[in-house]
Design a protein around this ligand. Structure first.
Ligand code: ZN
Length: 97
């Protein structure tokens, strides 16, 4: 797997919007952070998914899309939400918007 497969992130705008919505609504929670990566719980439409953002720039989600596309550099909305959460410092927003 080449790093180029991940940058720029190849998610569609609709997936990004959905992920941003989950994040804004506080649907992301930090589970565990280790030296290998960050594990998060993300609220989907019908259930909660486990998202892993690994320190080697790979990522993984337990939802159907994340599983199908694993290793192909495609993001699901849950991973987008998790990345937004971590990028903001791992806290809920509630300040803007
Ligand atoms: Zn997912």
């Amino acid at each position: 797997m080449e790093l180029d497969d991940y940058h720029p992130m190849p998610f569609s705008s609709s997936i990004y919007r959905k992920g941003a919505e989950i994040y804004r609504q506080g649907g992301v929670a930090l589970d565990v952070e280790t030296g290998k990566g960050i594990y998060l719980l993300v609220e989907g439409e019908h259930q909660r998914y486990n998202v892993r953002l690994m320190s080697d720039d790979t990522y993984n989600c337990t939802c159907r899309l994340g599983s199908l596309k694993a290793g192909k550099g495609v993001l699901c909305s849950h991973i987008v939400a998790a990345i937004l959460f971590v990028s903001a410092g791992g806290r809920r927003t509630g300040q803007s918007d």
